[in-house]
Structures are given as structure tokens and as C-alpha cells.
Write a protein of this length. Structure first.
Ligand code: AGP
Length: 617
């Protein structure tokens, strides 16, 4: 998704902005640009990666723009194709006002028609450009006032930053649903950004971390060398509250691996351990006061909803099995983008779990908002402290995965499952649906997960060999039963998003109702066949596809002596109780997708068309 960086201070803005944009590359983008106040307003923008922008800056007729105030942006196209003209920043008619923007202005067509009728010349296909022209109309020497005038005219969910040649030294930002933060250093240096890593990088090189202030919903922020002023839309000042950030920028580096994904897959044991830390008391019982939901409220819950997208949805599906089994409370899980449009039956006795690593996925955020409006209590399960979801939910359970830079979710997936298992156990504890001894037993099993995952990661070489064998496959089916089913869905998602190979996940019992028609000689079928109560049925499903010529790659439990006779390849993972098993099973599936993608020369950290944080509907 798009990235915003703005700088005002004593130093040259351009290198700082480019550094910040580099730190935001993980969000995914298709063009980039900068605008620097250097006497005039120098704008350089290019389709493609930041390297294209750097090349344009080096090859430009003039020297690189030098000035101490500027803005930069990485764009992920929504209105208009990714090309040089549509890249941000966008300017007004006279090139004296620059705007960068994340999100969507939904009424931009009407705004544009009106602007053009009044003689404005718009050159791009973007919604963003309208904002620069609206500010031009409203500008009377004071950028804050002009932006305040314009905001009520913009419909949609967005964050924007503007600068004006005639009010130099001030950046003005607005947040309406999309994230925006301010970093302030003691020496009168300040940055605006859509995400924290952009600021931490500067913190490292400046030798000092900034104080970070989140821009809250519907606020306008003015940033200059004199300081930060936060305002409501009515212009009334709003108190600044700093955010405590403990993420180390070093942890966001590749740590010696070729890609962030390779590193993040290997960080899973630590991430799971960190997610478990401090969540139980000395008796081994769950201690989740952080949920801020009183026990009597949780006792009254008669239905649980889970809303999420993509990989987070698969984690939610795993949770459904655990919650229903441990608490006997029915669970409905729904793709977040569908949830609020089907009028779900919500109320004060329902609990909604909104699962999102970024905490900014607009579909999940809107589903959570809808649930709250209907009276449901909402618990956010997220990896991002201070994210919109965490602030809007009744309670939050953080996954402590650390920053995940690769667009493909890996360690956030395993920690989401762990956090959701903790939530399920906590519900069982307060509702008395499990004996304390049973709860302690599951907690012990969960404490064994980091080691099981570590051993599953050791399959790397073996998985690479399997990937070599099937690298040219056109279609791959993933099948599983019970909790093996969400694991199969996740394996298929990983393969398709990373390697662009067509892959589908199915409940194995469903094959004979249609998908088995796809099986022919040599079609690879990845079968999740770990020990569980439906294992014999899974073996029958494997035989069905083998009989029709499929090549079977089985993920099985160490010590399984039957499976080798039925599969062409077997990846053995450590024995894990079936409700927890996707945490272990998914590791070889992540590695398979990784190696197939690498062998096909795909960019595993930034697959085409994808973004790390999807903040548009
Ligand atoms: C998975 O690899 C993808 N990155 C994607 O499916 C992702 O899980 C989904 O967009 C949800 O993101 P979130 O967890 O930030 O809400």
C-alpha cells in the first residue's frame, strides 16, 4: 500500500525522505516520487521501484534538489495506472502546492468535474490531484487553514500530507481512517509518515530516536521546526500524546538472509515464544487482563464471530475449531469484506474477534466497526501497537511477532493462531467449560510449539528438493481435513501469491464433489496428513487422487509408517496436538512456496500486485 514520508528540519530533506521511503517498501508500491522546497518546488517521480526514482534524480538536468523541507511517496495504484504522471506528489495549477496521499477520495469524479469547469488544469488520472487544486483555491497564505477548508469536501478514507511554497517550512497532514504519525526530535527536526519504520531509520542515523505522536482520526497536524500542532477539524487544538515504541529497527533488517521472508520464517519460534510470554500466571492458568473484558461479559457470550482477510482469515478458521471444541460456543467466521454487507445477527451477547497483523486492513476495520455499532464486543488480534484496529476495539491481544516486512504473512500467521488459541482457552477458563488441568495441559503443549516449529524449519533443504521437482507445475491442489483444511488453504495462498502458480486449497472430502476432475497424470497434490481423528479418511482421499495419476506430496507426523507407501514425497513434522497442528504444518508449506518462487525467479518479499497493508476497500 502507499507510503508517506515528509521532512522538515535543519538537514537536507531528500536523502532522509528516500531513506524513509526505502523503509516503507515492504508496504508494496508501483511508483514513487518526491517534492523538495529548494527555492521552487522540485518534483521528480517515476513508475517502478525506488531505484527508478533514484536514477531519475541522478540523471536529471539539474543537480538533486537540495532543501530542508520535502515530501515523498510510494504509490500503489487505485485511480489511474502506475505511470510517471500518476505517481505522487501532485501539484496545483501553478506548481506551488504539493500533495501526497494514501487511500481513496470517493467523490473525486465530481470534484474533478467542478475543478475543470472552473478552469483548473488536471494532468493525471488520480483522485489525489484534486486535493492539490482544492487547496490552491482555498489558500490565502496559511496552509493549515486551506487544508482545513478542503477536508470536509473529501469523502473517503485517506491520509494526506501537503506543503506550499508560499508557506514554506510547514507540512500539514490529515488523517481520515488511514494511518499517519509524527516523529519529533529535540533539535527542531520533524517527520510525518504513514508507518513507524520510516522514522526509526532516521532515528538510527540521527543517533537519537524521535518522540512519536500518532495522528488520531479526523485530526489535522501541522509540523514545522518550531514544533507540532494537532488540531480538530474545527481548528481547536488537541493534546499531543506520545506513543511508546519498542521495535528495534535492526530487527527489521534482513539479518543475513537473502530476503525478509526467509528471515521471518526462521523467526517463528521466537515470535511464538514472545506471544506466549506473560499470558499465564504461576498456576499455569490464562491471565489476559489486557483484553479489558470483564469475566461476566465473556460468560454471557452466546456466539463468537471472527472477521479477517487472507492469511488472517485462515488463522481465524483454525480458531473456530479450537473455540467450538473448548468452549462449546458456536463460531461464525467470515471474510471481512463480506461481513457488514450481509447484515449479520450481532448483539451484546456476541463477541467479535477481528484478526489483522497490520491492524489497518480497511475491510477488517470496517467489519469491526460494524460489529461494535451493532452492540458486539470486539477484540482485536493484531501485531501493530497503536494501529487503528487496536485503538477502536474494546480489547486487544497483541501478537508479538515484531515487524514483518515480507508481503507474505508468515510469522504473523503462526502468532495469530497462538494468540487466538490463548483467547479460546481464556474463554473456556472463565466459562468453566474446561477443567483447570486440561487448560494447563494445552498451555504446556503450546509451550512446546517453538521447538516443534524450529524442527520443522530444519526441513528447508528437503523442501527445496521437492520444490525443484515441481517447480514447473501449472496447477497445484492442497487438501486437508479438520485443522488440516485451513493449513491447506494457507499453503495454497502462499504458493499462488509468491510463485504465481495456480493453487487451490480444498477440504479433502470435497474433492469428489468437483475438483477431482482437475486431477490428471502428474498434477501435484499437497496433502496435509498429520495425525488426527480423521487421519484414516485423509488416507482414503490421498488414494483417490493417486488412483487418478496425481503426484502426492504429504505433510505427515514423524514416525508415521503408513504414509510413505502412499505418497511420492513426504515431509515429516514433529507430532503436535491436532488443534495446534497448523502452527507446525504450515512451516514446510511456507518453505515450499518460498523455494518454488525463488526457483521461478519471483520477488518473494514483494510479489506483484500485492501490498502489505491493504487500506482501500
Ligand atoms: C498473506 O500473505 C497476505 N499478505 C494477505 O492475505 C494478508 O494476510 C491480508 O491482506 C490481511 O492482512 P492483515 O493481517 O494486515 O489484515
Amino acid at each position: 500500500m502507499c507510503g508517506i514520508v515528509g521532512y522538515v528540519g535543519p538537514d537536507e530533506a531528500l536523502p532522509i525522505i528516500l531513506d524513509g521511503l526505502r523503509r516503507l517498501e515492504y508496504r508494496g508500491y508501483d511508483s514513487a516520487g518526491v517534492a523538495i522546497v529548494d527555492g521552487g518546488l522540485s518534483v521528480v517521480k517515476r513508475a517502478g521501484k525506488l531505484s527508478e526514482l533514484e536514477r531519475a534524480l541522478d540523471e536529471g538536468a539539474a543537480a538533486r534538489p537540495r532543501g530542508a523541507t520535502g515530501i515523498g511517496h510510494t504509490r500503489w495504484a487505485t485511480h489511474g495506472e502506475p505511470n510517471d504522471v500518476n505517481a505522487h506528489p501532485h501539484l496545483d495549477c501553478d506548481g506551488r502546492i504539493g500533495v501526497i496521499h494514501n487511500g481513496i477520495v470517493e467523490n473525486f469524479a465530481a470534484l474533478r468535474a467542478d475543478l475543470e469547469k472552473r478552469g483548473h488544469r488536471l494532468v493525471s488520472d488520480t483522485d489525489t490531484e484534486c486535493i492539490a487544486h482544492l487547496i490552491e483555491d482555498a489558500f490565502d497564505g496559511d496552509l493549515v487553514t486551506a487544508v482545513r477548508d478542503v477536508v470536509p469536501r473529501l469523502e473517503g478514507a485517506y491520509a494526506l500530507v501537503a506543503l506550499a511554497l508560499d508557506d514554506p517550512g510547514t507540512l500539514v497532514g490529515v488523517r481520515v481512517s488511514s494511518p499517519l504519525i509524527v516523529g519529533m526530535w529535540d533539535d527542531g527536526e520533524a517527520m510525518l509518515a504513514s508507518d513507524i519504520p520510516a522514522l526509526l531509520e532516521r532515528g538510527e542515523s540521527a543517533g537519537e530516536r524521535p518522540t512519536i505522536f500518532p495522528v488520531h482520526e479526523g485530526r489535522i497536524v501541522a509540523v514545522s521546526r518550531e514544533g507540532v500542532a494537532m488540531l480538530g477539524l474545527d481548528g481547536a487544538p488537541v493534546e499531543l500524546r506520545p506513543l511508546v515504541v519498542d521495535w528495534d529497527v535492526q530487527r527489521a533488517q534482513k539479518g543475513g538472509f537473502d530476503d525478509f521472508m526467509a528471515k521471518e520464517v526462521r523467526e517463528q519460534p521466537d515470535a511464538i515464544r514472545d506471544t506466549l510470554v506473560g499470558r499465564t500466571d504461576e498456576r499455569g492458568m490464562l491471565a489476559l487482563d489486557e483484553l479489558h473484558l470483564p469475566a461476566d461479559v465473556l460468560r454471557e457470550v452466546d456466539k463468537v464471530f471472527v472477521v479477517a482477510c487472507g492469511t488472517a482469515f485462515h488463522a481465524g478458521l483454525v480458531a473456530k475449531y479450537a473455540i467450538e471444541h473448548w468452549t462449546r460456543v458456536p463460531v461464525e467466521i467470515e471474510i471481512a469484506s463480506e461481513f457488514r454487507y450481509r447484515d449479520p445477527v450481532l448483539g451484546p451477547d456476541t463477541l467479535t474477534l477481528a484478526v489483522s497483523q497490520s491492524g489497518e486492513t480497511i475491510d477488517t476495520l470496517e467489519a469491526a466497526r460494524h460489529a461494535r455499532r451493532q452492540g458486539s464486543r470486539v477484540i482485536a488480534v493484531t501485531n501493530t501497537v497503536g494501529s487503528s484496529l487496536s485503538r477502536e476495539a474494546d480489547g486487544v491481544l497483541y501478537t508479538h511477532a515484531g515487524p514483518e516486512i515480507g508481503v507474505a504473512a508468515t510469522k504473523t500467521f503462526s502468532t495469530q493462531m497462538v494468540a487466538l488459541h490463548l483467547t479460546a482457552l481464556y474463554l473456556a477458563q472463565v466459562r468453566g467449560s474446561m477443567f483447570p488441568e486440561e487448560i494447563r495441559e494445552v498451555v504446556e503443549d503450546m509451550r512446546a510449539l517453538p521447538d516443534a516449529v524450529r524442527r520443522a524449519i530444519e526441513l528447508d533443504e528437503r523442501v527445496r528438493a521437492v520444490a525443484e521437482r515441481y517447480r514447473a507445475a501449472r496447477d497445484v491442489l492442497f487438501i486437508g481435513r479438520h485443522t488440516g483444511y485451513p493449513a491447506a488453504l494457507e499453503g495454497a495462498l502462499k504458493l499462488k501469491e509468491l510463485s504465481y502458480v495456480h493453487a487451490e486449497g480444498y477440504p479433502a472430502g470435497e474433492l469428489k464433489h468437483g475438483p477431482i476432475a482437475l486431477i490428471e497424470d502428474g498434477v501435484p497434490v499437497v496433502a496435509v496428513a498429520t495425525e488426527c481423528h480423521v487421519y484414516p479418511k485423509m488416507l482414503s482421499n490421498i488414494q483417490e487422487v493417486r488412483a487418478r495419476g496425481a503426484d502426492v506430496i504429504a505433510v505427515a507426523t514423524e514416525g508415521d509408517e503408513q504414509i510413505s507407501a502412499l505418497a511420492d514425497e513426504v515431509l515429516f513434522v514433529p507430532r503436535t496436538p491436532e488443534l495446534l497442528s497448523p502452527v507446525t504444518v504450515v512451516v514446510p508449506l511456507q518453505l515450499l512456496a518460498y523455494h518454488v518462487a525463488k526457483l521461478r525467479a519471483c520477488d518473494v518479499d514483494q510479489p506483484r500486485n500485492l501490498a502489505k497493508s491493504v487500506t482501500v476497500e
